[in-house]
Structure formats: C-alpha cells, structure tokens
Write a protein that binds this ligand. Structure first.
Ligand code: HPA
Length: 243
C-alpha cells in the first residue's frame, strides 16, 4: 500500500503519536538512510519524518534533504505537509501566527538543491509556484471552517543558519517583501517539486526576527512558542488529510 501523505515535522514536531499502528522504519536511499514512522490515520497510510531527527540532533545546514525526499518517493508519497519554525519580519504577524507560505527567497549558501546532476541532460525546473497551490488552498479552507486563524500565502526567506540573522539582514529581507525567515524550506521545497510532490508548508511564527524583537533571540523561545501551537497545527493537518 502506497503512502498517501507525508508529514515533515520541523523544530518542535517530533512525535508521530497521532498515527495508528505506527512502526519506525529505516529507509535506505542512494543519498543515505532515513528513519521514518509509518502509520495510519482514518485508514490512510501516512509517513512521518522529523526533519531534524527524532531527538533534534541535526542542525539545519546538515540536513540530508535529498535522502529525506528520496525516502518519501520510495514510499510512494505524493502529498507532503511540512511544518517550519519561522521568525516574523512583520509586526502584524506576531509569534503564534500560522502562515501557509506560497513563495521563497533563497539565501542559503552550501546546499545541494537538485536531484538532476546532468545524467538526464540539463534540467531547469519551473519555480513560478514553488509550493502546491491546491494543498495550500485546502489548508486555508480547512482552517477557516474550523476557526483556525492562518495567513493565506507568504514569502519564506531561507537562510543558511544555524545562526540567527543580523538586524541589517532582517531590514533587507523585509524590504524585499519577505514575510517570515527560516532555515529549512530550501532546498526541501525544490527537491519536493523535482519529485513531483504536492508539497505545502505551514510556517509557525515562533518569534519576531532580530531587530524587530525587543530582545536577543534564543532557541528556547522558538521551542516554547512551538509547544503552544503544535496542537493546532496537528489538528489542521489531520483535518486536511481527512478532507
Ligand atoms: N530566523 C531564522 N530561522 C528561524 C527564526 C528566525 O528568527 N525563528 C525560527 N526559525
């Protein structure tokens, strides 16, 4: 039985407890091994993959994105719901806000961004709509029907990390039209597109970005806000999967 959906859990989302009859499994790909949880929800086969590992031991710049996406491909996944902790570039998007992102600006520096290494010829994939519009609309509709406040669309600025940004960087990203800043959506979204997945991301705002926040940023602040919002995001994902 092929998996219908995968959930890629970002920072603060490591627990596949929502799935029935779940088992952990190592998937061996040509890019490396990936540990996933495979289970069911309302009769649908779902794969859960914690992006930073089950103990949050893999920092953003060391994530094996190609192995992760290839593992999901090998499991027959076609639709992916991802979470991402993000900082906010806008005062009107306070910590706790949920943003269903629809575009990105890539500020990463050292990441392999493609499966296409030239063997199949030179391939350039379209990035007009990097995230899946159908799944985004579905998430937004389910959120509205269930009284969950979300922002429909938003530009995700992806930095290399693992450090947070400077004030000058944040001023620049805001002036470019960014909404939120995180460290993981690129190249995940690109590889997902190459794999022909319908891939959507819910950005969970855990903090105002540096210079907008009244204090210096800490990872603990990110974890604490995430804890408050994760139940809501879980509900949103399950209702979307059910839909
Ligand atoms: N910057 C980059 N990544 C993040 C942030 C941030 O402020 N918050 C959570 N992930």
């Amino acid at each position: 039985m092929q998996a219908e959906f995968a959930i890629i859990g970002g920072t603060g989302v490591y627990d596949p407890a929502l799935l029935d009859h779940s088992t952990r499994q190592m998937i061996h790909t040509s890019f490396g091994a990936v540990e996933v949880t495979i289970g069911e929800y309302k009769g649908k086969r779902i794969v859960f993959l914690p992006r930073h590992g089950y103990k949050h031991s893999v920092p953003p710049h060391k994530i094996n994105f190609r192995a992760n996406i290839r593992a999901l491909q090998e499991l027959g996944v076609q639709q992916v719901l991802a979470t991402a902790a993000v900082g906010s570039l806008k005062r009107e998007l306070p910590p706790g806000s949920l943003v269903i992102v629809d575009d990105f600006i890539d500020m990463t520096k050292n990441r392999v961004q493609t499966f296409f290494e030239g063997e199949e010829g030179v391939i350039h994939i379209d990035m007009t709509d990097p995230y899946c519009n159908r799944l985004r609309r579905q998430l937004v509709e389910v959120a509205r029907e269930n009284g969950i406040l979300v922002q429909d669309g938003g530009v995700y600025v992806c930095t290399e990390g693992p450090r947070f940004e400077t004030r000058a960087e944040i001023r620049t990203y805001a002036s470019w039209g960014g909404d939120v800043v995180g460290m993981t959506s690129v190249p995940e979204v690109i590889l997902a597109k190459e794999a022909r997945f319908c891939y959507a991301t819910v950005g969970i705002v855990t903090n105002y970005c540096s210079g907008i926040s009244p204090h210096a940023l800490t990872h603990q602040e990110v974890i604490d806000t995430m804890k408050d919002r994760i139940e809501t995001v879980r509900k949103l994902f399950l209702l979307t999967i059910e839909n």
